[in-house]
Design a protein around this ligand. Structure first.
Ligand code: NIG
Length: 386
C-alpha cells in the first residue's frame, strides 16, 4: 500500500479528543487510512512526502445534508425571492418536473459535477437525498444513481406531494411501494415535517415504516416555522434533525438531552430570508450541532462548506473551533460515521484518509477571509485530488 507523508503542517485540527490541535505536525496517509499523526520532527518515512510549508490542515468537510440528485435551474425563483417573494418550498415541484424529464445519464453527470465542485472546496464526504422523483420509478432511479456516487444516500419520498397524486394516498405509497423499492439502495429515510408538507402523524408513519425496514432516520424540521419536527425526531431516535431554524426552549432542551444532532443550514437560511438558526442556544444547552450546505437548486444553491463555517462564526455566534468541528466531526456524527475504522471528520490513526490543507496558517482564516477560496490541497481516501 502506498504511503504519503504530509509534513510541515503549521496547525493541524484533528478532532481527536486526545490530540485536538497540533502545531508543526505531520500525517501519514497509507492506502485509504490515516496511519500516523504527530510531531513533524518524529514522523516516520513514507513512499512520498509533501511539505505544506506551515499551512493549516484539517479533516475534509463532511456535508451531511444535500439534495444533489436533480435537474434544472430555479434562478427565476431566486430572483423573485430576492425581490421580496417568500420561500414556500412550492418550487420543489419545478425541480421534480425537470428531474423526471432528465435521463439517467444527465442526472448522473449533474450529481458528479456537483460532487466534484464540492471536492475542489475540501468536501470529502457527502450525503445526498432523493426527493425530486416522487414516483416509485423515479425515486428508485435517483436512489440507484446516488448510491453509485455519494457516500450516504437518504430516501426523501416524503418531500412534497406530487401534483398527479391524491394527497390522501401519497403517504401510503411512500410507506409502501416506494419504500419497498428503494430500501435496498439507501441507508436513511427523511421526511419534510412542516406546515404545507407532511404533518406530525404523516411524518411519524413514514419514519416508522422506514425504521421497520432497518433504515436510519433523519427529519427536515422547524425550517419555516415552529412545529413538531424536532420533537418527533428526538422521540423516534433520529440521527439528525435538519434546519432547526425556529426552535422553542422545549425543542432546544429535547435536542440537548438526546443523541439527535441538530444540523444547521445557514446558507439555506440566508437564501430563503429566514433568521439564522440559534446555534448559540443549542451549543450552550449542550446539543450536538452540525453544519451542512443543504445544496439544492431551490433553497440553497451552494456546495461551499467554507461559506457555512464563515457564516456560523460571523453571524451565528459560533467560535471558529465550534464551526470547524460542526462541519467535520459534527457532520460525521449526524451520519453516524464518527467512530471506528474508516471514520470521517477526524484525523486519527485508522480514520479515512480525508485531509484538506488551507492556503492559510490557521483555520481562523476561514472566517477572517470569508469568500476567499482557501483550499490548497485535498486528499480523499488517501488520493490527492488533481
Ligand atoms: O431542505 N425543505 C425541503 N427541502 C429542501 C428544499 C428543496 C427545494 O426548494 O427544492 C430544503 O430546503
Amino acid at each position: 500500500m502506498k504511503s504519503t507523508l504530509v509534513t510541515g503542517i503549521g496547525e493541524l485540527t484533528t478532532n481527536d479528543p486526545g490530540l485536538r490541535r497540533l502545531h508543526r505536525a505531520a500525517v501519514v496517509l497509507e492506502g485509504e487510512r490515516v496511519a500516523w499523526v504527530g510531531d513533524a520532527a518524529t514522523a516516520p518515512m513514507a513512499d512520498a512526502a509533501v511539505d505544506v510549508a506551515g499551512r493549516a490542515a484539517l479533516p475534509g468537510w463532511v456535508d451531511s445534508h444535500t439534495h444533489l440528485l436533480f435537474a434544472g435551474d430555479r434562478t427565476a425563483e431566486f430572483e423573485a425571492r430576492m425581490a421580496g417573494a417568500a420561500y414556500t418550498a412550492g418550487g420543489i415541484l419545478a425541480t421534480v418536473e425537470a428531474t423526471r424529464k432528465a435521463t439517467d445519464a444527465e442526472l448522473r453527470a449533474n450529481l458528479a459535477a456537483h460532487l466534484a465542485e464540492a471536492a475542489r472546496q475540501g468536501t470529502t464526504c457527502v450525503e445526498t437525498k432523493t426527493g425530486y422523483g416522487l414516483t416509485v420509478a423515479d425515486e428508485l432511479r435517483c436512489a440507484r444513481i446516488a448510491r453509485d456516487l455519494a457516500d450516504e444516500v437518504t430516501f426523501l419520498g416524503a418531500h412534497t406531494v406530487p401534483p398527479e397524486t391524491d394527497p390522501r394516498c401519497y403517504v401510503d405509497t411512500v410507506c409502501g411501494d416506494m419504500l419497498a423499492a428503494v430500501a435496498g439502495h439507501v441507508g436513511w429515510a427523511d421526511v419534510f415535517c412542516e406546515v404545507g408538507a407532511f404533518d406530525e402523524e404523516q411524518s411519524r408513519r413514514v419514519l416508522r415504516a422506514a425504521a421497520a425496514r432497518g433504515l436510519g432516520l433523519r427529519v427536515h424540521g422547524n425550517q419555516l416555522g415552529h412545529g413538531p419536527g424536532v420533537r418527533l425526531a428526538v422521540r423516534l431516535g433520529a440521527a439528525s434533525v435538519d434546519h432547526c431554524t425556529h426552535l422553542t426552549e422545549e425543542d432546544v432542551a429535547a435536542l440537548a438531552g438526546s443523541d439527535t444532532v441538530a444540523t444547521l443550514l445557514p446558507a439555506c437560511d440566508l437564501s430563503t430570508r429566514q433568521p439564522l438558526a440559534p446555534a448559540r442556544r443549542l451549543l450552550d444547552a449542550g446539543a450536538v450541532v452540525a453544519l451542512a450546505t443543504n445544496a439544492n437548486p431551490g433553497s440553497s444553491y451552494t456546495t461551499s462548506m467554507a461559506f457555512c463555517v464563515a457564516t456560523a462564526v460571523l453571524q451565528m455566534g459560533m467560535s471558529i473551533t465550534e464551526a470547524v468541528w460542526a462541519a467535520t466531526a459534527g457532520g460525521a456524527r449526524a451520519l453516524r460515521r464518527d467512530t471506528g475504522e474508516g471514520a470521517v471528520g477526524t484525523i486519527r490513526v485508522g480514520a479515512r484518509a480525508d485531509l484538506q490543507v488551507l492556503d492559510a496558517p490557521s483555520v481562523t482564516h476561514l472566517a477572517y477571509r470569508p469568500g476567499v477560496p482557501l483550499t490548497w490541497a485535498v486528499w480523499r481516501r488517501g488520493r490527492l485530488l488533481g
